[in-house]
Design a protein. Structure first.
Length: 168
């Protein structure tokens, strides 16, 4: 394209609530379009709730949409999405709903109808063909998982310590 944008894809949109804004990108170049809550809601400390967005979409085959948390809400209020990212398959035609979680142990989070609560990222996806094998080829990582490459020093425990209860 000569306008500098990545490829665009047409996504059919039905607004189930005409009083709400359609998903929109806040800035040029943003990956996620904002989704809003269709209802007023209060999440108690450590509480969760599923909110409607007033939006239904039809994605073309070969695409999926992923519902991501908003970083500002996570940073300022401890608000995240339980199953982040939530997946919207190309064949789904129902309302997009978002299951929010207040991770703050002491302060409730109040949201008003029309508040931005998530971002919708539309991406092309491949469909895998799973092929049975007797064993897998070797790799530099092998079967290491669940923190096998390191991380927080204090949380890792003594060097070389492994928790046999943690699987791959």
């Amino acid at each position: 394209m000569d306008d500098g944008r990545a490829d665009e894809v047409d996504v059919l949109l039905v607004m189930l609530d005409d009083g709400l804004p359609a998903p929109a990108y806040a800035h040029a170049g943003d990956a996620g379009a904002d989704l809003v809550t269709a209802v007023d809601v209060e999440l108690p400390p450590l509480g969760r709730v599923t909110v409607p967005t007033g939006v239904a979409i039809a994605l073309p085959d070969g695409y999926a949409a992923f519902v991501h948390p908003r970083s500002g809400l996570a940073d300022r209020h401890g608000l995240t999405i339980v199953n982040a990212p939530g997946t919207v398959d190309a064949g789904y035609r129902g309302e997009i709903r978002v299951t929010l979680l207040n991770t703050d142990a002491t302060t409730p989070v109040r949201l008003s109808r029309g508040d931005r609560v998530a971002q919708l990222v539309v991406q092309p996806v491949s469909r895998a063909r799973f092929v049975r094998a007797e064993r897998l080829p070797g790799s530099h990582r092998g079967d290491g998982g669940f923190g096998s490459t390191g991380g927080w020093g204090a949380a890792d425990g003594p060097a070389g310590a492994a928790d046999p209860a943690v699987g791959v």
